[in-house]
Design a protein around this ligand. Structure first.
Ligand SMILES: NC(=O)c1ccc[n+]([C@@H]2O[C@H](COP(=O)([O-])OP(=O)(O)OC[C@H]3O[C@@H](n4cnc5c(N)ncnc54)[C@H](OP(=O)(O)O)[C@@H]3O)[C@@H](O)[C@H]2O)c1
Length: 263
C-alpha cells in the first residue's frame, strides 16, 4: 500500500463554492497543497479574484451567485469553458439568519433555504455531466456538501431556517449519494462545529470563550477542515458514501448532557 499518495489530489480538478473566504478557502488551500487545480466561486468578483491570487497559480476565480437555478447553470457553463471534467465539487456557500420567532420573515426563510439546500442540489445537477466524466469505478468523482452541527443538534440561537436547512442537506446528501453512486460520483458531507469566519463571528472574535464550551477545548482551525475535506476528496475516502463527518471537537458526539438529580 502506498500511503504517500493516498491523500494526494495531483491532477484532480475541484470547484469550491464560497471559496473566497472562511471554510471554503480553508478547503481550497488544502486541495491545492495536495496537488489539485481548484476553481473558487463567490458573488463578490474582486474578493474572489483576490483570494484566487493569494492561493496561487492553481487557483482560478469564477465569480457567480449560486442561490438560483440560473446561477447554478451559469457557473457550470463557466467551468465548462475551462474544463472537460470535474473531479471534486464542494457545495460550501451558505447563509445564516437569526431573528426571534415572532419576527422571522419569508426573506430570511427563502435566502437560507435557497442557498443552503436548493443550490447544492441544482449545482450538482448542472455539473452532473462533467462529474460523470470525472468519475470512474477505479476513481470516483466526489461531491462534498458542507452542512453543520446545527443540522444534528440544537443551539440556543433562533436560526430556524438555518437549522432546518442543514438538517435537510444532511438527508439530501444520502438521497443524492444513493442516486449518483451508480455514476461513480460519491456524495458525502462535512458538518463543521465552530470555525472562525465572517458567518461565525463568535468563533472569530471570541474564540477563547467559545472554546470553553467545546470538549476539545478549542475552536476549529484550517487544518481540521482541510484534513476532513482532503480525506473525502482523495483516494483515502473513496469507500465513504452518503456519510456526514462531524468535525466539531466533540460537541455533538462527546459532550455530556445534563441530568435531573433523582437522589
Ligand atoms: N464557520 C462556522 O463555524 C460554520 C459552522 C458550521 C457550518 N458552516 C458552514 O460552512 C459554510 C461556509 O461558511 P463560512 O463560515 O465560511 O461563511 P462565510 O465566511 O460567510 O463565507 C461564505 C462564502 O460563501 C459565499 N457566498 C455567500 N452567498 C453566496 C451566493 N449566493 N452565491 C455564491 N457564493 C456565496 C461568500 O462570498 P460572497 O459573499 O462574495 O458571495 C463566501 O465566500 C456554510 O455552508 C456554513 O453554513 C460554517
Amino acid at each position: 500500500m502506498d500511503t504517500t499518495t493516498l491523500f494526494r489530489l495531483d491532477g484532480r480538478i475541484a470547484l469550491v463554492t464560497g471559496g473566497s473566504r472562511g471554510i471554503g478557502k480553508m478547503i481550497a488551500a488544502g486541495f491545492i497543497a495536495q496537488g489539485a487545480r481548484v476553481y473558487i466561486s463567490s458573488r463578490k468578483a474582486d474578493i474572489c479574484e483576490e483570494a484566487a491570487k493569494e492561493l496561487g497559480p492553481n487557483c482560478i476565480a469564477l465569480p457567480q451567485d449560486v442561490s438560483t437555478v440560473a446561477g447554478c447553470k451559469a457557473l457550470a457553463a463557466q467551468l465548462a469553458e475551462h474544463e472537460e471534467r470535474l473531479d471534486i465539487l464542494v457545495n460550501n456557500a451558505g447563509a445564516a439568519w437569526g431573528v426571534p420567532f415572532e419576527e422571522f420573515s419569508e426573506v430570511g426563510w427563502d435566502k437560507v433555504m435557497d442557498l443552503n439546500v436548493k443550490s447544492p442540489f441544482f449545482l450538482t445537477q448542472a455539473l452532473h455531466g462533467l462529474l460523470k466524466v470525472g468519475g470512474s469505478a477505479a476513481r470516483p468523482a466526489k461531491v462534498i456538501n458542507i452542512t453543520s452541527i446545527d443540522g444534528q443538534r440544537l443551539n440556543p440561537w433562533e436560526t430556524y431556517s438555518y437549522h432546518a436547512s442543514k438538517s435537510a442537506l444532511i438527508y439530501l446528501t444520502k438521497r443524492m449519494a444513493a442516486r449518483l453512486v451508480r455514476d461513480h460520483v460519491n456524495v458525502t458531507s462535512i458538518a463543521p462545529g465552530a470555525f472562525p469566519s465572517d458567518m461565525n463571528k463568535a468563533a472569530r472574535d471570541h474564540g477563547e470563550a467559545i472554546a470553553r464550551g467545546i470538549p476539545a477545548g478549542r475552536i476549529g482551525v484550517d487544518e481540521d477542515m482541510a484534513g476532513a475535506a482532503i480525506y473525502l476528496a482523495s483516494r483515502a475516502g473513496d469507500y465513504v458514501i452518503g456519510e456526514t463527518i462531524t468535525v466539531d471537537g466533540g460537541l455533538v458526539h462527546a459532550a455530556l448532557g445534563t441530568s435531573i438529580d433523582a437522589g
